[in-house]
Write a protein that binds this ligand. Structure first.
Ligand SMILES: *Cc1c(COP(=O)(O)O)cnc(C)c1O
Length: 338
């Protein structure tokens, strides 16, 4: 099976596993796991921020940030397509008692002007207090598309002028950086908190980090414990993260090239109406009206390719570290045979 359902399905390489097996560990709830401490410091330094916290998932790192940046009853501005809204089980309401103000748009991206247009007047007692803006880069539901960094700078200004916290869901932030030649330091200078995932394109079996200033991370450690995310000898997992940051960022350009390679072939193939030109490692294509994406994916599976139905009219393929050049050419042939 050639698996394109997500970049989360990749398995650790031999080299990564060797690092994991050899990691020194301790009890991380006591902050005594030296490999975790090393990973957290490494990530904080990478982004030029004060501190970071290793967590089990990107859902948890986002939910921790939302919990710290808001009070119950506050409103969070985010995209209608945002992971924090669509795919975190209603956690904004459940964990933090906050409401959402959704910015419409298929791509999942929005602008500083959108923020300005959606901030509630804090002097109007009827309205929930806007306290947080969350952006997502790359945008998952948008098909891996990226922001222009200058838009973040404009957004930051609006946030500062209106006393709003600014959080980024950077589950695939390294894909955006590779695509647009950006540095983590640029992000660190702008955002109050940054969530990154190790278990997506970077190829780790598990793990995400939330990054911020010291006071924020001190609070985050408490929220993580409350959510049940205080873990013990997890240096074995942190070691995978250290390895990935040292070795697997630059190679994301290979994943991007492969997504483009598939996209360049398939628009004429049976059943496919159009292809959203991939910017990074996510390829979304729209099916002809008479094709059911679920049935199409079932058929693909019979031929040895796993893909993800991504709404009533579309399918998502995600390239990742475990694919080979051969997998890509085979997949193009299989799509052609549909
Ligand atoms: C995958 C993902 C997350 C985190 O998902 P987990 O499965 O909880 O690690 C967060 N945001 C986006 C945009 C994602 O794609």
């Amino acid at each position: 099976m050639i698996d394109f359902r997500s970049d989360t399905v990749s398995k650790p390489t031999k080299e990564m596993l060797a690092e994991m097996f050899n990691a020194p560990v301790g009890d991380d709830v006591f902050v005594e796991d030296e490999t975790v401490n090393k990973l957290e410091q490494k990530v904080a330094d990478l982004f030029g921020m004060e501190a970071a916290l290793f967590c089990p998932s990107g859902t948890m790192t986002n939910q921790i940030a939302i919990n710290i940046h808001t009070r119950p009853g506050d409103e969070v501005i985010c995209g209608r397509q945002a992971h924090i809204y669509c795919y975190e089980g209603g956690g904004i309401a459940k964990n933090s008692g906050a409401s959402v103000r959704l910015i419409e748009g298929e791509s999942g991206l929005f602008t500083a002007k959108d923020i300005l247009n959606n901030i509630n007047n804090p002097n109007d007692l009827h309205l929930p207090l806007t306290s947080l803006v969350c952006v997502e880069n790359t945008s998952n539901r948008g098909g891996g598309v990226c922001y222009d960094f200058s838009e973040f700078e404009k957004m930051k200004k609006v946030c500062q002028e209106n006393g709003l916290a600014f959080h980024i869901d950077g589950a695939r932030i390294f894909n955006a950086m590779i695509k647009n030649n950006e540095s983590p330091l640029q992000y660190g200078r702008l955002f109050d908190s940054i969530s990154i995932c190790l278990s997506k394109g970077l190829g780790c079996p598990v793990g995400s980090l939330i990054i911020g200033d010291k006071d924020f991370i001190r609070k985050a450690r408490r929220v993580r414990k409350v959510l049940g995310g205080g873990m013990r000898q997890i240096g074995y997992l942190a070691a995978a993260g250290i390895y990935a940051l040292d070795n697997n960022i630059k190679r994301l350009e290979i994943d991007h090239k492969r997504a483009k390679e598939i996209a360049s072939h398939i628009s004429q193939y049976n059943g496919i109406k159009s292809v959203i030109e991939p910017e990074t490692n996510i390829l979304v294509f729209i099916m002809e009206a008479n094709i059911n994406p679920v049935a199409y994916c079932d058929k693909l599976k019979e031929k040895g390719v796993l893909a993800m139905p991504f709404g009533p009219d579309r399918i998502r393929l995600v390239t990742h570290i475990n694919h080979s050049d051969d997998d890509i050419s085979k997949t193009i042939q299989i799509l052609k045979s549909m």
